[in-house]
Design a protein around this ligand. Sequence first.
Ligand code: NAI
Length: 728
Amino acid sequence: MTDFTTHTSGIIGWDVDADRIVTVTIDDKTQSTNTMTDDMAAALRSVVERLEREKDSITGVIIASGKDTFFAGGDLNLLMTAGPDDIEAISAGLDHYKETFRRLETLGRPVVAAINGTALGGGFEVALAAHRRIALDARGSLLGLPEVTFGVLPGAGGVTRVVRMLGVVDAMLNVVGQGQRMKPRKALQVGVIDEVVSTREEMFDAARAWIKDNPDATQPWDRKGFRIPGGAPSSPALAAHLPAFPATLRRQLKGSPMKAPISVLATAVEGASVDIDTAFTIETRYCARLICGQISANMIKALFFDLGKVNKGTARPADIPVRKATKVAVLGAGMMGAAIAYVAAKAGVDVVLRDVTIEGAQRGKDYSRRILDAKVAKGRLDTAGRDRALDRILATDNISDVKGADLVVEAVFEDVELKKKVLAEVEGYVSDDALLASNTSALPIAEMAGAVTRPSDVIGLHFFSPVDKMPLVEIVVGEQTSDESLARALDFAKQIRKTPIVVQDTYGFYANRVIAKFVDEALSLVAEGMHPASAEQAALQAGFPAGALTLFDEINMKTIAKIRAGFIADAGARGVDFVPSASYPLVDRMLEEFDRPGRLEGRGFYDYDGPGGQRLGLWPRLAELYTRSDVEIPFDDAKERMLVAAALEAFACYDEGAIGSVAEANVGSIMGIGYPAWTGGALQYINQYPGGLEGFVARADELRARYGDRFVVSDALRARAADGSELV
Ligand code: NAI
């Protein structure tokens, strides 16, 4: 019988078999997964102490889990709430785990981790303290150290051990530098586990067999003459490689305030130059500083808690049975339609891809072929998998092929009359209760609903380009859209593995309203006299993935001018004040006077080597015409103007109810439009601003005084700041 003694706080079971192998089963009954709570820390320590006490009577140790997953990792609640005053406590906590794991790996008995399912972060660090890691090839199981993606680093020995297992270069590239979550077979290939098995029985048999064969197991780094694979940083082989890392990191981070990637690198390199105990000390120092900083709190909130809420479907109306789409009719096989067809087919849904000509439809299907072929070439997919996905797409010009479809996504040109026409037409062919969705980026869903006989089945499914890479979809609820339609749209988003946010049918929905403020503000800097290269740099250093001028060229200024007209008309219709941006006359001049609409034409704010071609450099005339040496815009103002303008708009959307929750607003801004992840999203940026909401409001007031009414703070936000409540 399993012994859950008081020694282990009831969290860790203890079984001894006939061969005197102890299986310790981690199973925190108070939680659905095992995480690094204070109780867990104490339980792990008392297990190790018991192993030490009873060492003479045991032959080896198997670390197992009583859950479906092995061990989920750090206690993110704790990590999120730690502040600058907690450095000592956090460091002590990390050192406690380190000591426990170190005592386990130097026990003098073989230790095997039997990894039955997902083991991430701290959970994988438990396994790294074992002498051998055997993983079950369980469905959905993911292994790795993803801390860096939450703005922290693996601080319970993870960086130090992986560097000693794989060497600095492979550890950085494949494990700790980017925080890859790996399937067991991939983890085996990378070298962080030793064996993959297909059944639980095999896993435990293999663990026992290994223990019997390796009674004197030690970690490689505790053996005499151990050298880090690839050498220490001082060795000539590694010294040649290392300088590339900070340079690449700097290129990737583009000056954004994200600190974790640099700290991981520093921990790896500095730790590889010293003995393991000193390496642990270094790791604790870097890690504690990250945990107690604001950026990790922001990222954990947005990318774990907010994303968790959104993906759990808190916006889904209850009591409506889940329905999966079986056949989707995609109308329009252009850039968006082709890619929507691909994501649906990849998720196992049959697709009818319809365009006005068969050639157009075929071209749309070729998009899927190209992506799938590339996957086959990279060894990520076999040819049978490719063919199965392709066979699901029927390219056609014949409307009657959509017969039997239970979901329609129209992606024809952005023209409301055309959209009404195609929806009305397709309604006559598809299933009687098919959901009728539009991928419009701005047009009113309610107006389209007026064109069909079942207006409550019309909804917006606004994807982002490129659809196969962008994880977000905006679900637009029109005036007449039913709860059932909303539930079905959310079910479809889940089916094709997209993260949905639910937005109201107002112009620009949510994401485009927010991104418009960012790009307009960036271009205003140029219009006011800042050098265009500096304005681009300010956007990158604020943490946006691309400069705004680059985006203007990509989106095309003709489209941008149309969208702007839509915003102005919408504000007029709603009777709200519309504050024009200094960017507008500049965009108009680019279109009318210079005929430079963007990359598609091969000329915009940048020069290109041809229509749709490679960017060459900024168009020199722009700086000649606008840059003024007498204008001094502080660089911090430049960066914050973009962040603040977009955050104010996100708040307006939230306050008006255009977006239903803070979680959706944060997740939507990061995943849809590249609002910097370090901020935790466009509303979290307001919470986390130094001084909290009041600090943010004071800063916005200052920007308004200096740069104009675009930074006006609404009464609602001012009231929130006054009562001190965070946006949660
Ligand atoms: P596109 O111009 O690449 O494709 C439109 C396609 O619709 C063309 O292939 C055209 O032949 C086809 N089409 C026109 N009339 C049709 C009809 N009666 N039946 C079937 N097909 C017809 O346009 P794109 O960029 O794919 O945009 C499509 C929709 O997606 C638009 O509403 C756009 O606003 C929206 N959207 C576009 C995004 C983008 O980044 N391009 C992002 C999000 C939404």
